[in-house]
Structures are given as structure tokens and as C-alpha cells.
Write a protein of this length. Structure first.
Length: 256
């Protein structure tokens, strides 16, 4: 009968194939692609990335969407990683006035090689945004349409210019600037992270801010303010038709 030490050694050897199969690829390769998509009838932009961040910059003129993407993937050797990265591509699809931008790769061959797509997109400022990343931050600047930005692991940074905002991260901080006077609408949420919200002069909204574990602070001239240690509400300006809810499960909420 094998001794306890021999049994332990045999168990370790038996587990080696399993451990090897679960290891991350040791080598990685990257490449960058850039192209433009004519978009004279563009109303909305949808972008998704499983591993990688997304940055969208609005501009005042132009009828095209400029896309830059860094594609990355692993391999068991550097040569395999270099070959694998050639199998990644950035795809675009139209549905009505909505342009979808996303990464494509052969799932069966590269699903375990951690393929990643990081996007930088330049688009007309009036576009509505719908951006999702599972592992990466999202930034939106100078965009005047509605914004839906969701990431599971990453921070959010956004300039909101009058559109409705839906900003959610599961693990990360949120920094949002409501940069244009008028009603403010939407919700801002972080499950694990802090929220910092800045409001331009002339913004109007009923605000509700809360956190389960943290503090809520405000430097705003709120009317009808009610405040507790981890909860605050009040009207910014006359409140008007705007309503904004800000909440964090683990982190502070700061309004200014």
C-alpha cells in the first residue's frame, strides 16, 4: 500500500494536466486597426467589449464614425499568439440608424486565450450611446445624446450634455459631469466604488443620493434638503421635470 507521502505525490501528478489546462496563456500579441464608417443617418452608437475599455469622443461636425481599436490575445507560444491576433477583427453592423461596433473572433479556437478589444471612437456629438464592457473602463466626452454606460469591472467617466444618463459599474468609481444647464435625468450606480457628480450652473433636478456603506456629501445649494448619514435628497434649482438617483453599495457619494 502506498505511504501517505506517496499518495500525495501521486495525487499531485494526477492533477498536473488539469492545472495546465486552466493556466492563462503565457504569451500575448497586439495589433491596432483604424478605419472610418460613413454615418450620415446615425442616431445611436452601440459598442461592446468583453475585455477592454471604451472611449467615445463627440465632435460638432462630420457625418462619419472614426474607430481605432487595439486587439490583443494570448497563445501558448509567441508565434501562436502572433497568429491568433490575426484572427481577431472589429465588426460593424447597421440596424436602422444604430451602428453597432464590436469585436469578433473564433470562440472555439480563442475563447480560452483571453481575447481583448479596446476601442477609441470619434462620433457626431448628437449620437445616443449604449456602451458595455465586462472588464474595462468606459469614458464618454462631449456627447449630447442619451448615455447608457455599463461595465462589470472598471470605472466610468462621463460628460452629460442634456441627455438622459444611465451609468452603472459593478466594481469601480464613477465620475460624471452634468455640463449643460437644464433638466437632469437618469441614474448613477456603483456596487463597489465611489461616485463624484458635478453640476453646471442652471441644472435642475430632484436628487436622491444614498450609500449602504459610506457617506453622502454635497456642496450644492439644494432646496427642501433632507439628509442622514448615508442618504440625502433635495431639489437642485426648482427641480423641474428632472430626476436623478445616485447610489453606491460600498463607497461614498459626493455632489458638487
Amino acid at each position: 500500500m502506498p505511504s501517505p507521502m506517496n499518495r500525495l505525490a501521486l495525487s499531485f501528478v494526477a492533477c498536473l494536466p488539469f492545472l495546465a489546462g486552466c493556466s492563462l496563456p503565457a504569451f500575448r500579441a497586439k495589433r491596432t486597426v483604424e478605419f472610418a464608417v460613413p454615418a450620415p443617418q446615425l442616431t445611436a452608437l452601440f459598442c461592446e467589449s468583453h475585455n477592454g475599455g471604451i472611449t467615445v469622443q463627440g465632435r460638432k461636425q462630420g457625418d462619419e464614425v472614426k474607430i481605432k481599436a487595439e486587439l490583443s490575445v494570448g497563445g501558448t507560444t509567441q508565434r501562436e499568439a502572433d497568429d491568433n491576433v490575426q484572427l481577431l477583427e472589429v465588426a460593424t453592423e447597421w440596424q436602422g440608424g444604430t451602428l453597432r461596433v464590436f469585436g469578433k473572433f473564433p470562440q472555439q479556437d480563442l475563447g480560452r486565450m483571453s481575447p481583448g478589444f479596446t476601442f477609441w471612437i470619434d462620433a457626431p456629438e448628437q449620437v445616443a450611446l449604449d456602451c458595455t464592457s465586462h472588464n474595462g473602463g468606459i469614458t464618454a466626452e462631449a456627447v449630447r445624446g442619451d448615455q447608457k454606460l455599463v461595465t462589470h469591472n472598471g470605472s466610468l467617466r462621463s460628460e452629460v450634455h442634456g441627455g438622459r444618463a444611465h451609468l452603472v459599474t459593478h466594481n469601480g468609481n464613477v465620475k460624471v459631469d452634468f455640463a449643460t444647464a437644464g433638466p437632469v435625468q437618469g441614474n448613477v450606480e456603483s456596487h463597489n466604488g465611489s461616485i463624484e457628480a458635478t453640476f453646471a450652473a442652471g441644472c435642475r433636478a430632484t436628487l436622491e443620493a444614498s450609500t449602504a456603506n459610506g457617506s453622502v456629501t454635497s456642496k450644492l445649494p439644494l432646496q427642501e434638503m433632507e439628509s442622514k448619514r448615508n442618504r440625502m435628497s433635495g431639489k437642485l434649482g426648482d427641480g423641474g421635470e428632472g430626476k436623478l438617483v445616485l447610489s453606491s453599495h460600498n463607497g461614498s457619494v459626493n455632489l458638487r
